[in-house]
Design a protein around this ligand. Structure first.
Ligand SMILES: NC(=O)c1ccc[n+]([C@@H]2O[C@H](COP(=O)([O-])OP(=O)(O)OC[C@H]3O[C@@H](n4cnc5c(N)ncnc54)[C@H](O)[C@@H]3O)[C@@H](O)[C@H]2O)c1
Length: 260
């Protein structure tokens, strides 16, 4: 079966040095894309690139803080100049914060805003002109179930993922006649270093117990595997998903609809 191929497509994946972004990058590499990873953690990005190349794919890492617009624009411009096009953007880089309104400081809010919201905006801003000029493109933003249901102690994080979803709608609407599709996907818990780091920081010594508890918040009884998110990302960015735009896809083991 020759479906879901990404041959000759230039794909940028932010946060591709770990977790979900890494799984998306590896999946896209396997499917023939020319993968470009934008990463704050260059070493993580290099490790992903090495895996893609070892499997016969094409990939490069670009050290980049998505929160810095000047750096994002020059990085994307470099990729466009070198390849003549940029077909797919996956905005996956993101950071977490645990806290309700009262224990979210102004600094916490600014930090979450600068990566999850402004970082997504910066990358969208830096690629949209090229996608228009070349006659189309595909954008996928990684949101979260926290964008659509109330999760305890996720005030700033939920706000940021709500913004990721609404940016998705705006871009999908404004560029629909430029042949640019824009969607988001919303995972429940995925077992990545993001989750392990969260447990180590917030529940030291109680990690196994809390891992079990978090696993069970998905009615399906476990967390997602990063590769499962990679597969949905592949579908949404493939030509086979050509009729899909302006939509958020929960990938949540029943979290949103079956938790009753
Ligand atoms: N893991 C989950 O349970 C889960 C659930 C829903 C949504 N998400 C979202 O999925 C995305 C990826 O999460 P993950 O679990 O793979 O996390 P992760 O921490 O394993 O990976 C995130 C990657 O983003 C990179 N990054 C962070 N800030 C950056 C910046 N300013 N510029 C460039 N790169 C930066 C990190 O270096 C890291 O490699 C995030 O947007 C997160 O909010 C995760």
């Amino acid at each position: 079966m020759n479906m879901f191929r990404l041959d000759h497509k230039v794909a940028v994946i932010t946060g591709g040095g770990s977790g979900i972004g890494q799984a998306i990058a590896k999946c896209f590499g396997t499917q023939g894309a020319d993968v470009h990873i934008l990463e704050l953690n260059e070493e993580g990005g290099k490790a992903t690139v090495a895996e893609i190349v070892a499997a016969g794919g094409k990939a490069q890492v670009h050290a980049c803080n998505v929160a810095d617009q000047a750096v994002v624009v020059s990085t994307m411009d470099g990729i466009i100049k070198a390849n003549g096009r940029l077909d797919i953007l996956v905005n996956c880089a993101g950071i977490a914060h645990v806290g309700n309104l009262e224990n979210t400081s102004e600094q916490d809010l600014d930090r979450i805003y600068s990566v999850n919201i402004k970082g997504t905006y910066n990358c969208l801003y830096a690629v949209i002109k090229q996608m228009k000029a070349q006659g189309g493109g595909v954008i996928l933003n990684v949101a979260s179930i926290a964008a659509s249901v109330g999760i305890p102690d996720r005030f700033a994080y939920s706000m940021s993922k709500g913004a990721v979803f609404t940016m998705t709608l705006s871009v999908a609407k404004d560029y629909i006649h430029d042949n640019i599709r824009c969607n988001s996907l919303s995972p429940a818990r995925v077992h990545t270093p993001f989750v392990d780091g969260f447990l180590a920081k917030n529940y030291p010594g109680r990690e196994p117990e809390m891992f079990e508890k978090l696993s069970k918040t998905q009615p399906i009884g476990r967390m997602a595997k990063p590769a499962e998110i990679g597969s949905l990302a592949l579908y949404l960015c493939s030509d086979e998903a050509g009729f899909i735009t302006g939509t958020d896809y929960p990938i949540d083991g029943g979290f949103i609809t079956l938790n009753n």
